[in-house]
Write a protein that binds this ligand. Sequence first.
Ligand code: ADP
Ligand code: MG
Length: 357
Amino acid sequence: MRTFPTFAFMIEDKNTTRTSLSELGEFGLIDHLTKKFNIVQESTVFGIGDDAAVLDFKDKKCVLTTDLLIEGVHFDLSYVPLKHLGYKAVVVNLSDVYAMNATATQVTVSIAISNRFPLEALEELYAGIQAAAKVYNIDVVGGDTTSSTTGLMISITALGYADEENLVYRNGAGESDLLVVTGDLGAAYLGLQILEREKQVFLANPNSQPDLDMYSYLIERQLKPEARKDIQGLLKALEVTPTSMIDISDGLSSEVIHLCKKSNVGVNLYEDKIPLDPSVIAVCEEFKLNSTTVALNGGEDYELLFTIKQDDFPKIKANPNLSIVGHMTNESSGMGLVTRANEKIELQAQGWNPIQE
Ligand code: ADP
Ligand code: MG
């Protein structure tokens, strides 16, 4: 799904036009940024333009989730193009909706901006938001706009729906269930390492334009991740309902631990089963990193991690989108990584902890 080029490194801020936000005023700005959004979801009765949006989920259960992104903490505008940021901000929220086995339908977008941003920068941000809305077939139904004296902040809230019996929580894993992961892991973290490295090179020599072609998969996974919208339909077609599910935002290790703790079970996670893209293995060698550690603790993969009943094994075993990485155990057996050397070591959660930053 290439909605726009993956990456434009260190976009120089030689913008041809820089329209000051004060020229538009708050209402003019909101109107300008949101006029392109049209409604595609049946459940959206009324979107942008009144005191509140009006939604109608009929007899469905509604799911709601929110995320806050802060410049300097969650993103660095020296290598994150604003269009990508808008896209990613939507995607990371939708990932949480899909992790409930629900269908995503609407988002609201709230931004705090300083005057250092011209209108053209916000247009880029909203172009990314709009691209994500199109790809994921959701409506932008509101938001809030305010000023910031420091950096840019974006808060997105996503809504979706599901039939009650289809919702999948973190707490439903059974003792002998199989542990399954979608896609491959670790690439987004390596993409970030490459961007950080190139930023240092660029700061030392602003005329250098790096050749990042060989890293394009990793950088795309970092800058323009996709949420697993497809998995709900895939599992339905396979007639498999997960017993528990979570999305992988902080790294496999900490998400596995969440499922275990919420479900009161243990786990054996097998090192040799963790899905890695060949470029992850190659770049781990280049950076002298352990690829298992990267997959376990890297984060931002936005893949789904779920458990299924053992009886469902034949239905999923040959699917290229799904890897069985372990099985759940009795709680007293603990949470372990079974290494290639067949040793069991305790899983550690090294996911990003906002309190320790
Ligand atoms: P209020 O004063 O009631 O908060 P606003 O004037 O802030 O209303 O918003 C007017 C409309 O524009 C509302 O529908 C609101 O949800 C929407 N809106 C405001 N800011 C944004 C934004 N940054 N992105 C999308 N919609 C927005
Ligand atoms: Mg408002």
